[in-house]
Design a protein around this ligand. Sequence first.
Ligand code: BDP
Length: 592
Amino acid sequence: MLYPQQNEVRNLLELSGIWDFQPDPDGAGAEGGWAQALPDARPIAVPGSWNEQYSDLRDYLGLCWYRRTFCVPAAWQGSRVRLRVGSAVYHAEVWVNGQRVGAHEGGHLPFEFDVTDALNWHDENSVSIAVENELKPTRVPPGNVPSGMFALMGSYPSASYDFFPYAGLHRPVYLYSVPQQHIEDVTVTTEIDGSTGLVRVVVDQSGVGGSCRLHLKDSVTSVEATVDFDGGRAEALLRVEDAQLWAPGNPHLYELTVSLNDGNVTVDRYRLDVGIRTIAVQGDQILLNGEPIFLKGFGRHEDFAISGRGLNLPLLVKDYSLLKWIGANSYRTSHYPYSEEEMCMADREGILIIDEIPAVGLFFEDDDAGIQTRLDLCKTQMRELVARDKNHPSVIMWSVANEPFPPDMMKRFASHEPMPVDPKTTDFFDELISLTRELDPSRLVTLVGVHGSPNEWHELTDVVCINRYYGWYSQSGQLDEGLKLISAELDALHAALGKPIMVTEFGADTIPGSHAEPAEMWTEEYQVLMISGYLDAADARPFVAGMHIWNFADFKTGQGNRRVNGYNYKGVFTRDRRPKMVAHVLRKRWNA
Ligand code: BDP
């Protein structure tokens, strides 16, 4: 799915801004009744989360209506016009001029509808979007799950995950035009042959016939090819001699221009950045461009005061500057896809991404129909994510889930030995991982396991990713004991699985300004000792291919007896991006 673009042929109108807005707890606007007009509208910012903009809506996750008007430039007549929503959490239904144009389930991923036939060309138009984020066990991520860990912890609102269930239109809304015959999709994959970069480009168009001109260039290179469409598809291999490879430290990007030609006339055009790089696993190492790479970085969140989970561009720039400052080379989009603007920034700044679907808090205790519903949703989300992010060189690995809970979770928490798991759960991930590999054979696939996650699940993946909190949730206050256990478990996992291992989460809640000697839980000293201890354990084991600290910054959660102020305080930075003591320790270590 191509990101909308303004160029010589295509046009773009961003509809972000202040919209009319009204909560609809009783469903009074049902069947699109409120798509004509909102009876008692108040203003709201798009993008943004409604929970941060109005006190009475902080915990409200039911239906809300967004509405605004716009005019379409006359020059767009004759084109196809699409309405594109970057992210609506969790379910959205869309009307243009009172006419229903479609619906989408699942947050954090873009969707679009062709609205050409619903538009007024000589008058104002309206768009209405009804959004709700009700927490239900059969959604991904689930909520209001009656049993299991999250039910026990009793967090409010009752999400099955440890971050605030922000709701609303979180990313820009665009109206854009494409010509009648247009480029529908472009897929780029790269390989390396000696000093030559091989760039395979597949172009899909809406019609048939015509030719496709490809031009790949940077300041020294210019490679061109023209190929005829075979039906709706054209395919070419571009050879770049003395290619500059894309990698952290030198994230070199070439610009690819794709032109759809009918005879001598260019009917459509699309440009995208291309990074030439390969990613693979060999034995117990991750190889980027054929060389071992160690992933240093974080799990993160899209989270900030007032903007909530809404796209916040100054925050995005600030976070990348801090990632550079501290010497990180990677992060995971825990626990949902981040904005496309984030992915472009990662390409440009040379940050490696583990790209995760919103499959957090998966469980297996309900009936087969419930499990199947979640599997189908996970598959849809993976299809949508790969379609969105397949051309980003920064994305090196897909993550199919974070911490799915095996059925006998409580026993597993107590045990330090691997326990066999119900094969139906392994089949679930086998199906999801096989689909992911089919969708994109060029990248790695992982599943991020909770303490006690079965080896059978990790056997399915390219890289073993585990989240561990020895010294925090278990062995509390006994770091030495905790560090012995993480070391022993890393060795056992390596002996059993023989693959690269990453610890994708480890960390300690830390109240900034809290100190103790000797170190105690919640102090800055304890965070320093815990994170340093885990990093030392990894350094002593060459099969550990990466360490991601939980979390980059403090973030908002629901209310619960383990979450002071409704925050998770495991950030290396505070929520307003001030460094805690450990940030300086990491900066020295990662820049050494
Ligand atoms: C892990 C989860 C993460 C939590 C973290 C924590 O993957 O979302 O925020 O624990 O408890 O289990 O801090």
